[in-house]
Ligand binder design. Structure first.
Ligand code: FAD
Length: 432
């Protein structure tokens, strides 16, 4: 039977943004995490390159801000860029405390703060913390483990947020605000009414709207649609980022070749062997990803070929296997030994730069509805996200939203205000 379930905090989504937030607010109240499939089925789990933070002696917040603003093509909000960049070292520390293992510094290799630092397209310095080439999987592992073990967190897997509950829709007088969400239990096919004084949208982006994408199936833009239907402002949805290098192979579904491959010296070439990037940008293969994606697209249109090649065969094979074990294994499973053969690649839809608009506390303009991670539009990315700034944004804004939610919890009107007839309505709707 459909039920009404009451919590102090409702979190939709179990990627980095949802989990990081949940673990913080769980110190003060009962948290429901509702997630569409298995807890670790998220874009976070697929992140390869890493998370950007200024830790090296030769780096500075100003440099990281400049790189972010350049990538964003003049449309980033400078106050937000500064806010995020300056908080990066602290959120990295929090992730480490939560049990995330980043690759440690090695003798004679570039490092900072005790960690190995990689370089990626658009970054003028080495500032990417990583766990080999499977950083997101490591982040998700650590946080899911913590969330499962937390006595104040109830994790609802195979549960799908369908729509937000608002006081306006419920016929309650006063200014409209969010009071929770209707949630479909995919196993029983019943819609339950999850109520909470504070709700966080952390449902990720909408790359799956495109045929060719690097995103997992769960990235279907549900949270953006839910926010929009409930009256929250959405922004910048025209800015879909295309990642320049997805594996081009008929059997490879959505497999990304991280920008770090170019960061470590990989060179883009046409099928005829022409290294074309210097003709398009002064940073050549390390140009921001929109520039590289457009360059590849124009080379494909010019030549009529189906793909270009990413060549890292000039590097030491042992280094390539050690630094990119996931990519090495995956490509090998398709018959491509990346230490000896260039990788066929094409651009694919990768990141939703826009989303539900939030302020610096991660709150939307629908009171008591917060949003963090790829579902949101904070102003950080402008027209184009800088590599490895997304995991960073997830953690910084999940943290900010948690901070504000904890304050809000005490002020928020109790969720019991949503009348009992609403749960009745849910029951009626599902039995039809
Ligand atoms: C292949 C790949 C590589 C990447 N590499 C990097 C990188 O190296 N560095 C970087 O910074 N960024 C990277 N990104 C981007 C980054 O991974 C994502 O932007 C980020 O992880 C998004 O985190 P999130 O918590 O907002 O959403 P996600 O991690 O996508 O989590 C969303 C969650 O919401 C759930 N969900 C969705 N709809 C619903 C619904 N209706 N009801 C309930 N739950 C729902 C999903 O199941 C999932 O649990 C990469 C992305 C991809 C796809």
């Amino acid at each position: 039977m459909a039920e009404q379930r009451d919590f102090d905090f409702l979190v939709l989504g179990s990627g980095l943004a949802g989990l990081f937030y949940a673990l913080r607010v769980a110190e003060r109240g009962r948290v429901a995490i509702v997630t569409k499939r298995a807890a670790d089925d998220s874009a976070t789990s697929w992140a390869q390159g890493g998370i950007a933070a200024v830790l090296a002696d030769d780096d500075s917040f100003d440099d990281h801000q400049r790189d972010t603003l350049t990538a964003g093509a003049g449309l980033c909000h400078e106050d937000v860029v500064q806010y995020v960049v300056e908080r990066a070292p602290a959120v990295v520390e929090s992730l480490v405390k939560l049990g995330v293992h980043f690759d440690p510094a090695e003798e004679d290799a570039p490092s900072g703060g005790g960690f190995a630092l990689g370089r990626e397209g658009g970054h003028g310095r080495r500032r990417i913390l990583h766990h080999r080439d499977a950083t997101g999987r490591e982040v998700e592992r650590a946080l899911v483990e913590r969330a499962r073990a937390h006595p104040n967190i109830a994790l609802f897997e195979q549960h799908l947020g369908v729509d937000l509950v608002t006081t306006l829709r419920s016929g309650i007088a006063g200014p409209n605000r969010c009071a929770g969400a209707y949630v479909l239990d995919a196993k029983t096919n019943l819609v339950h009414c999850f109520l909470a004084p504070v709700t966080l949208l952390a449902t990720g982006g909408g790359g799956k709207v495109y045929l060719y994408t690097s995103n997992p199936d769960v990235a279907s833009g549900d949270g953006i649609a839910m926010g929009y239907r409930a009256g929250a402002t959405v922004a910048n949805l025209e800015f879909m980022q295309f990642h320049p290098t997805c594996l081009f192979h008929p059997q490879a579904k959505s497999f990304l070749i991280t920008e770090a491959v170019r960061g470590e010296g990989g060179i883009l070439k046409t099928l005829a062997g022409d290294a074309f990037m210097p003709r398009y940008h002064a940073m050549a293969d390390l140009a921001p990803r929109d520039v590289v994606a457009r360059a590849i697209d124009s080379e494909l249109k010019r030549s009529g070929n189906e793909c270009v090649l990413l060549d890292i065969t000039h590097k030491d094979p042992a280094f390539v296997r050690e630094r990119f074990p996931t990519i090495y294994e995956r490509c090998l499973s398709f018959g491509i030994d990346i230490t000896r053969q260039p990788i066929p690649v094409v651009p694919a839809a990768h990141y939703t730069c826009g989303g539900v608009r939030t302020d610096l506390h991660g709150e939307t303009d629908l009171p008591n509805l917060f949003a963090a991670g790829e579902v949101s539009c904070t102003g950080l990315h402008g027209a184009n996200r800088l590599a490895s700034n997304s995991l960073l944004e997830c953690a910084v804004f999940a943290d900010a939203a948690a901070e504000e939610s904890l304050k809000r919890l005490d002020e928020a009107r109790p969720s019991a205000e949503v009348p009992a007839w609403q749960a009745q309505w849910v029951r009626g709707a599902t039995s039809r």
